[in-house]
Write a protein that binds this ligand. Structure first.
Ligand code: ZN
Ligand code: ZN
Length: 286
């Protein structure tokens, strides 16, 4: 049973540990491949100031560091260069030429931000509970179902633009909704959205990640996407790969057993593993 991890954050963005420390841990844990996916710089193109994205002025250093690790680990551990790119409607997209022209091995397309309906700065749906509550109350008059719809609208917008190889934490909107605080995950409105997204995700040709980041950080018991969404993705023919969304070397491989169990129950019998931009993805039995 092989396992890769293409979703990792080092000290270049909001993770702990160097590129080299991640390589050492991945090798020690027997991972078949390791990819780096720093949060792509957004300040220059969006004007948003954050403390969790790679700084614009460090992009070249990031690329050089990962490429140096690729050479150093050649023959022992395949190392890939990626970015996790935010989709923020009209401001940042995996399809943007500047990201596409970097010569990356892969791009993870992720939605973290939604816009207030009345305009203004976008805010993140995966922020701390108290911050999210404040934003929903301020910009959506506390209407959690409306935020949920805005989130799925953004995901659909990103999918229609394309430019990504992996769909990141597809239902991240669940993060601040563990007890149905904002929307009913069994309700018709939510179900309609995930029924719509599954075939779109499959048709995009991208691989959907089964992200154990929430498990690794003790935030959720299940990966993203949910069991229910995984079953829909399976029915729609979407391919999946397991990732740890690792923010420190220790997270690598964490929660993979849980993810495999859930995948089997959702009807999956295989995941796919990345073998580089030329060879693409190959199937691996779960
Ligand atoms: Zn993310
Ligand atoms: Zn991430």
């Amino acid at each position: 049973m092989s396992a890769n991890c293409l979703h990792t954050h080092t000290e270049f963005c909001d993770g702990k540990g160097s590129v080299e420390a991640f390589c050492q841990a991945a090798y020690a844990k027997g991972l078949s491949a390791l990819g780096f996916s720093a949060h792509a710089p957004i300040t220059k193109k969006t004007g948003l100031k954050t403390d969790w994205h790679l700084a614009d002025e460090r992009l070249d250093e990031y690329i050089d560091t990962v490429n140096a690790a690729r050479r150093l680990w050649a023959g022992k551990l395949p190392v890939y260069l990626g970015l996790e790119v935010d989709y923020i409607k009209g401001l940042s997209s995996p399809a943007d030429k500047d990201f596409q022209s970097l010569g990356l091995d892969y791009i993870i397309g992720s939605v973290h931000y939604v816009f207030p309906p009345a305009g203004g700065e976008p805010f993140t749906v995966d922020d701390e509970a108290a911050v999210f509550e404040r934003e929903v109350s301020r910009h959506f008059s506390g209407d959690g179902e409306a935020v949920m719809e805005a989130y799925w609208d953004a995901v659909e917008g990103m999918i229609s633009q394309g430019g990504f190889d992996i769909l990141g934490h597809l239902d991240l909107i669940r993060k601040n909704n563990p007890r149905g605080e904002y929307f009913n995950p069994q309700g018709e409105r939510y179900r309609r959205r995930i029924r719509q997204i599954a075939p779109k995700a499959a048709r995009s040709g991208a691989v959907v990640e089964v992200n154990t980041g929430g498990i690794n950080r003790g935030k959720t018991a299940d990966p993203y996407p949910s069991r229910e969404l995984l079953a829909l993705l399976r029915a729609a023919g979407a391919r999946v790969t397991i990732t740890a969304d690792a923010h420190e070397p220790d997270h690598l491989g964490g929660g993979y057993d849980t993810a495999r169990e859930i995948l089997l129950r959702a009807g999956y019998t295989e995941t796919v593993e990345f073998e580089g931009p030329e060879r693409g993805w190959t199937a691996a039995a779960i």
